[in-house]
Design a protein around this ligand. Structure first.
Ligand SMILES: CC(=O)N[C@@H](CCC[C@H](N)C(=O)O)C(=O)O
Length: 383
């Protein structure tokens, strides 16, 4: 294999786009990634599939005169979204789609790895193809299972997320917090089912759920400092079986976001109060389960981010934009709490938002992303 062209990268991205898989089930994706990586020159590559995390891949590129190991992470999982792009290379997996652009993330990582397999870097580079970013805290799991040990430990870590609101190939970043911390919310309401005609003999969880949802949506507006703010989105509700049976069980699933850990814990606390209140007033069990996993706020390291921004701003071919913090979550936040590093945006210029069934990243972003990041990594190794 020689250097991949822009067309080769687009082909790879389209293949990955057709085989999206959910968190921790990225089997075909993993096999295809391995196949591509194994087609690169292997002179100074070492590939490892950690047995503790069988869909992850680590690739160490041994440097000429290493002073450090620079990590680069890409996520590899997809979302339970039915694709509606109409693209000829649409998802072949019903109900699953790369609606968050991880196919682009993986392709950029492969482009970088391919370049450094042809051009031995000064420092060591560690590529981490990470399962389960959308749920299941893949980054945290990998860390806790000990996959970053000995020579597999990065001294610093970089990673990107695509951004449809930025022009294709633009790089966005900021000092401090880039993304929010999140907490997954699951609420089960347990009442008593019964005949629709006799509510006095049942305990209706649909009515309690409606009241609970409305009360939860007052937490942000009434309990949180509006200057700091946060988000609670309840994205899934489920209750009942048929129109004329009172539902004895209801479930709500959602997510909380805040830019600081203090804010997340504050919202968590208020949510518990509101659930307890509804349980009392409707005389039923309301079980709240909160799971932050590894979705900690994404805090960029000050020195490394300064150097990243300084480099990107100086490049005539890079459209660099200083961005505001975003309420998206990322389990790279957990890894950045363990290793200093930088997360940044790669513009993919699309009208559709992340997580939408019509997300269509502009493929010009791939080569531009590879060029900008490759340049930065070389610069970092020289400084
Ligand atoms: C970039 C992005 O969209 N990330 C996801 C991360 C999921 C966090 C977690 N599963 C949760 O929902 O709390 C996001 O939804 O922001």
């Amino acid at each position: 294999m020689t250097l991949l062209t822009e067309q080769d990268l687009i082909k790879i991205r389209r293949h990955l786009h057709q085989i999206p898989e959910l968190a921790l089930h990225e089997v075909q994706t993993h096999d295809y990634l391995l196949q591509v990586i194994e087609s690169f020159k292997q002179y100074y590559l070492e590939i490892r599939v950690p047995e503790q995390s069988p869909t992850a891949i680590l690739v160490l590129v041994k440097g000429k005169k290493p002073r450090r190991t620079i990590g680069y992470r890409t996520d590899i999982d997809a979302l339970p979204v039915e694709e509606k792009t109409g693209l000829p290379f649409s998802s072949k997996h019903p109900g699953v789609m790369h609606a968050c652009g991880h196919d682009v993330h993986m392709t950029v990582a492969l482009g970088l790895l391919n370049y450094f397999s042809e051009n031995q870097p000064q420092d060591n580079l560690l590529f981490f193809f990470q399962p389960a970013e959308e749920s299941e805290s893949g980054g945290k799991q990998a860390y806790e299972k000990g996959i970053f040990e000995d020579k597999w430990k990065p001294d610093e870590f970089y990673g990107l997320h695509d951004n449809p609101a930025l022009l294709a190939g633009a790089i966005g970043c900021r000092m401090g917090t880039l993304f929010a911390g999140t907490t997954e919310v699951n609420i089960d309401l347990i009442g008593k089912s019964g005949h629709a005609a006799f509510p006095q003999n049942a305990n209706d969880t649909v009515v309690a759920m409606a009241s609970l949802i409305m009360q939860i949506q007052t937490i942000i507006s009434r309990s949180i400092d509006p200057i700091q703010s946060g988000v609670i989105t309840l994205g899934k509700v489920d209750a009942g079986t048929i129109r004329n049976v009172i539902a004895g069980h209801a479930r709500i699933e959602g997510t909380i976001r805040g830019l600081t850990q203090k804010m997340i814990l504050n919202i968590d606390h208020r949510l518990q109060d509101v659930c307890d209140g509804v349980a009392r007033s409707f005389n039923m069990d309301v079980k709240l389960n909160l799971n932050q996993g590894g979705y900690w706020p994404v805090e960029n390291n000050p020195d490394l981010t300064r150097s990243f921004i300084k480099y990107m701003k100086k490049q005539p071919d890079v459209n660099f934009i200083e961005t505001e913090p975003a309420m998206t979550g990322e389990d790279f936040g957990y890894l950045l709490a363990k290793f200093p590093g930088v997360m940044f945006w790669l513009g993919v210029n699309d009208d559709s938002q992340l997580h939408s069934a019509t997300l269509t990243p502009d493929e010009k972003s791939i080569q531009r992303g590879v060029d900008a990041i490759k340049g930065f990594l070389i610069y970092r190794m020289e400084n």
